[in-house]
Design a protein around this ligand. Structure first.
Ligand SMILES: Cc1cc2nc3c(=O)[nH]c(=O)nc-3n(C[C@H](O)[C@H](O)[C@H](O)COP(=O)(O)OP(=O)(O)OC[C@H]3O[C@@H](n4cnc5c(N)ncnc54)[C@H](O)[C@@H]3O)c2cc1C
Length: 429
């Protein structure tokens, strides 16, 4: 059996960050990716909060070819009904200047760029090879299985994304319940040069992103629209339990979102370049499996590190940071010839001291708050009715806003429930 210091499953962001950090620290690393290249299987809406990437590559946005698309300076959140939209539109010039807050990204560009960094640091990347499972001896993970072969490793880092078949297959992670799973679809739509700037009123490399909810009414989840250089990323993440309960089809839901009169104008005449689907963890902090054990570490969304906090959707910065920390710990374990569970527990300690577990803890109540159906039907409708009545003038008697508010919520939601929902949202987010 061949033997290396560190074997990494999956060359997404977590796996490539792991391989980069471990190789830089002097470990002999093999990174195995089932796709023909990095990013060929990776799906993400594509808004990256850049701090974690900046920690590894301080001026990454200056590199050629660029791993990122547009610096997001306009953040919009929108509540939709079939024909209406109520938006909060936040522009921040500081977000369009270094060190930048967030960039839109295309995984087909970002992932190969990061995998190339890992290779330059000394890691060996093997493409087109599927890891069939973890090799175990006396309960300890001793490497990875590739068909009938075993690649032995002092430390194995599982970074294979949300499905986490290796750890689940080895009984090291629990099965998932539909209520804790989000199902995502995404399309990349091409537009002619200059159209992205014109349609979204952007200057230079500034970008726009929108998070929207309310369509289809009552289904938990929402849509997103991000601007890339000459393309748009548009998609949805919905709660699987809610989708199953309502019997809606994801492609129909996405079409409904795309055909909304506000959204359709942005996509008009665009060419469909990519269509993909994937699942994500909606269970939050509570759904995290064990992130280390005898001979192994788990990084990125294989460790269910994902937060939907309404205004922000984050998994990529968690993947990069957890990957970097896993790589450092794996290299230390190889140097000290100790891949025991006790030694590798330092990974959990570092995650706890980092923003990863801190932010997952901060937003631990988010999954519960976002299971509130009123957010996806009643409240967008109430707000739209309120504003419709405020703006619509037809010569009839005009009630004051408090009177309008009373009439739009009459019989639908009590003051107490409304106040409780508002308070809970403020506390959670
Ligand atoms: C629709 C959608 C929108 C999203 N939007 C955002 C967003 O805007 N911002 C954000 O921060 N996050 C977003 N996320 C979450 C984000 O995509 C993930 O958190 C992130 O991709 C996790 O990275 P990762 O490296 O852990 O896993 P992945 O990106 O899933 O990478 C795993 C890699 O492992 C490979 N692999 C899998 N199994 C094997 C195997 N057996 N053998 C070899 N290789 C294997 C895969 O091919 C893949 O390359 C979104 C997710 C979805 C589904």
């Amino acid at each position: 059996m061949d033997q290396v210091d560190v074997a990494v499953v999956g060359a997404g962001l977590a796996g490539a960050a792991t391989a980069y950090a471990a190789a830089r620290a002097g470990a002999q690393v093999v990174l195995v990716e089932r796709g023909a290249r990095s990013g060929s299987k990776g799906l993400s809406g594509g808004l990256l909060y850049t701090h974690a990437l900046g920690r590894m590559f301080p001026r990454f946005w200056e590199e050629e070819p660029s791993p990122v698309e547009r610096a997001i300076s306009r953040n919009v959140v929108t509540l939709l009904t079939r024909t209406q939209a109520t938006s909060l539109d936040y522009y921040d010039a500081a977000f369009a200047a270094p060190p930048f807050n967030s960039f839109s990204v295309l995984r087909a560009r970002l992932d190969p760029w990061l995998a190339a960094k890992a290779e330059s640091a000394g890691a060996t990347v093997v493409y087109g090879s599927r890891v069939d499972g973890l090799a175990r001896e006396n309960g300890r993970v001793v490497g990875i299985r590739l068909g009938s072969e075993v690649l032995g490793a002092r430390v194995t880092v599982v970074a294979e994304g949300f499905n986490a078949t290796s750890t689940r297959g080895a009984g090291l992670a629990p099965e998932l319940a539909p209520e804790t799973v989000g199902i995502g679809v995404k399309q990349v739509i091409g537009l002619p040069p200059g159209e992205v700037e014109r349609r979204f009123q952007l200057r230079g490399n500034e970008g726009f992103q929108m998070a929207a909810t309310g369509l289809p009414a009552g289904v938990e989840g929402g849509g997103f629209l991000y601007t890339n250089r000459d393309t748009l990323s548009v998609g949805m993440i919905l709660n699987l339990g809610s989708v199953l309960a309502r019997g809606v089809a994801m492609y129909e839901v996405l079409e409904e979102f795309k055909q909304h009169p506000l959204i359709a104008r942005y996509l008009e005449g665009g060419t469909l370049l990519e269509y993909s689907g994937c699942v994500v963890n909606e269970g939050g902090r509570e759904a995290l499996p064990a992130l280390s054990g005898d001979g192994y570490l788990v990084a990125g969304s294989a460790g269910q590190m994902f937060v939907n906090a309404g205004l922000t959707l984050r998994g990529m910065d968690f993947a990069l940071e957890s990957g970097r920390l896993a790589g450092e710990v794996a290299a230390e374990a190889s140097r000290d010839h100790d891949g025991s569970a006790k030694y590798l527990a330092r990974y959990g300690e570092r995650l706890a001291a980092s923003f990863v577990l801190r932010d997952l803890q901060t937003y631990r109540r988010a999954p519960k708050v976002f299971r509130n159906r009123r957010l996806y039907g009643l409240y967008p409708e109430m707000l739209s009715s309120l504003l419709h009545r405020a703006y619509f003038i037809d010569g009839s008697e005009r009630p004051h806003l408090n009177g309008v508010l009373r009439s739009v919520r009459a019989g639908k939601v009590s003051t107490l429930t409304l106040a409780r929902d508002l308070l809970q949202a403020m506390r959670t987010l």
